[in-house]
Design a binder for this molecule. Structure first.
Ligand SMILES: [Zn+2]
Length: 601
């Protein structure tokens, strides 16, 4: 498609203002058309009309069971009253399974349904009187046999002062019954990969960066100068690291402020990020922008082609997600957003998070990737059941960088591995074979075999050789014991928003005080339960009193108990005061992204 660098804005009073990335010929035929009506947004219902031409006898439509998050979320459960017609004739619809419908008919078939969404965050969809945010795969069905055909989306009944933006580009058009905003995508997967924001957002372009990177912000109380400066540094560094942009235009959709939170979601030419304050933005943005390469284009074969109907297993998330986190922290320190002490503190925290999980002794980085689909269950996320491929992968990335530098006399680094994967796979239009092609590339770049490292620490669960590897970079790992408070139970929000005790440790003080699984917590120390219980817990001490009022069946109970105590080990990374010249070079290389023999002044 053609990229139009000049931004066009229509300023006619009766027409919406549009952000236009792309100019396209609206007369070109889109095989399957969607119209999404935003009428009465306060009802949280997207009214969808899907028009499927050239149906011969019957057509099957399907709603994805998952998208973006590696979690089965069954978007079909949000759908109500699906109907189909051809012209004025109502066509018979038969439901085949939880997410599939078969429609009998001939010619052009119209499928109509409503779908309810009012969830915040980059993985969700939301329609309310403030704005709409849409991950298209959550609300739009596809025809399984025709997923590769081009599609168009029209947003209809858009409130008069709302604008529409997405990486797919929206332009105005007369479409059907009402004036709407239209976009085209080459296929359903591309459409699914371009989230849409509709509302009264702020919008600006990152200065001094080409190709164009635009930022739209829906939020309150955020500091534009800070957001712009941080994003500029991050994008500038990562574009330089990987030899230029793999996109023609890029879009940050940011939700900032009270009630926001939930991190970010990467897409091929955009990202959606939700943070409670701009101070949390750099960490998320550095991660999501790096995904442009790592996972979106340097992509494991195990994730292709996407199967929306069921779990798609991959052993590569330790690299696709974990090493993306390695690069988020490297980007922050190398672009000057973090000091080196912040970088060391973050690495120490990741090691602490990993080593304080008993499951680290038996769950490998690859297995943690494979089990990503279990993360929707609170028990699975407990330290005895799993490790995170984010923290395990991030630490593996730093260890790999130091080891490659050590083997290659600091002439090569993990940066070269990423650049090689970018040229051998992303730019060559190939997908890589989970850990196998990463190992091959590391071997090639380092000029030394890493098979043992991958066998022991990626596929296996040998304890990481922290001290030995960090010493190559003139770094030391110090260990201190500490005590942390523990609740003795886990909570989850029900669909109606109530907070429910989901898991109760039978030996904990909460269980001894009478708390049971299924109890609904209605009062927490005399007030509302904290929004982030983990964060609240970090500010408490073992032995502090917790008073709960809970609802069980038709009566209420007052429970009172002390917070329990667990031992934790804190790991802290620090510099060795008189490292060898080789170690200094590697440390400088890690912090500044440099290779070669020169020492930083
Ligand atoms: Zn990620």
């Amino acid at each position: 498609m053609t990229f139009t660098p000049v931004r066009r804005r229509l300023q006619l009073p009766a027409i919406l203002c549009f952000s236009i990335f792309l100019a396209f010929d609206t007369s070109s035929k889109a095989t399957i058309r969607y119209e999404i009506s935003l009428a009465r947004p306060e009802q949280h219902l997207f009214h969808v009309t899907m028009t499927i031409p050239e149906v011969k006898g019957e057509v099957t439509v399907q709603m994805p069971a998952w998208n973006a998050l590696y979690q089965i979320r069954d978007f079909s459960t949000h759908v109500r009253q699906l109907e189909a017609s051809a012209g004025t004739q109502i066509e018979p619809v038969e439901k085949l399974d939880k997410q599939t419908w078969r429609i009998q008919g001939q010619g052009t078939i119209e499928v109509r349904y409503a779908t309810y969404w009012d969830e915040t965050g980059p993985f969700a969809a939301q329609l309310n009187s403030e704005h709409a945010f849409i991950n298209p795969a959550l609300i739009l069905m596809y025809v399984p046999a025709r997923r590769l055909e081009d599609v168009s989306v029209a947003m209809a009944d858009v409130p008069y002062d709302w604008r529409v933006v997405s990486a797919a580009g929206f332009a105005s058009a007369e479409y059907g019954r009402s004036r709407s905003v239209l976009s085209q995508s080459p296929n359903y997967d591309a459409l699914a990969d371009a989230p849409i924001e509709v509302g009264r957002f702020d919008e600006f372009q990152l200065p001094g960066i080409a190709p164009e990177i635009r930022v739209v912000v829906h939020g309150d109380n955020w500091k534009k100068k800070q957001v712009e400066e941080d994003l500029k540094r991050i994008c500038h560094y990562e574009l330089k690291l990987l030899n230029g942009a793999p996109f023609e235009h890029y879009l940050f959709i940011l939700h900032i402020g009270k009630g926001a939170g939930g991190g970010g979601m990467e897409h091929a030419n955009s990202t959606a990020i939700s943070v409670s304050s701009e101070e949390y933005l750099p960490g998320v943005a550095a991660h999501e922008f790096f995904h442009l390469w790592n996972v979106k284009r340097i992509r494991p074969a195990s994730l292709e082609p996407v199967d929306y109907t069921k779990e798609q297993y991959t052993r590569a998330l330790w690299f696709a997600e974990g090493v993306t986190s390695t690069y988020a922290s490297l980007t922050l320190v190398r672009s000057g957003i973090w000091t080196k002490d912040q970088f060391y503190a973050d690495l120490g925290e990741q090691i602490s998070e990993l080593e304080n999980r008993p499951a680290n002794r038996w769950q490998s980085a690859e297995q943690s990737s494979l089990d990503a689909w279990s993360e929707k269950y609170p028990l699975y996320n407990q330290p005895e059941y799993s490790v995170s491929y984010y923290s395990k992968g991030q630490v593996l990335g730093d260890l790999l960088d130091i080891l490659i530098r050590d083997r290659a006399n600091n002439d090569k680094s993990l940066d070269d591995v990423l650049r090689a994967l970018n040229s051998d796979f992303a730019r060559s239009g190939k997908f890589y074979r989970d850990s196998a092609d990463i190992l091959r590339t590391v071997d090639k770049i380092a000029g030394a075999p890493f098979e043992e490292f991958f066998r022991k620490y990626v596929a296996g669960t040998d304890p990481f050789p922290y001290q030995q590897v960090l010493a190559f970079a003139g770094l030391d790992l110090r260990i201190a014991e500490t005590r942390r408070p523990t609740l003795g139970f886990l909570t989850e929000h029900d669909l109606d928003g109530s907070l429910v005790a989901r898991t109760v440790d039978p030996e904990g003080l909460a269980a001894q005080a009478g708390l049971r699984i299924g109890d609904v917590i209605i009062n927490w120390n005399g007030g509302e339960a904290p929004r982030r219980i983990e964060r609240w817990l970090r500010e408490q001490k073992p032995g502090d009193l917790l008073k709960l009022r809970v609802r069980r069946e038709d009566h209420q109970l007052a429970l009172e108990f002390k917070l329990g105590e667990i031992k934790a080990v804190l790991y802290a990374v620090s510099e060795i005061s008189h490292p060898s010249k080789e170690a200094r070079r590697i440390r400088d290389g890690l912090l500044h992204g440099t290779t070669g023999a020169a020492l930083m002044p």
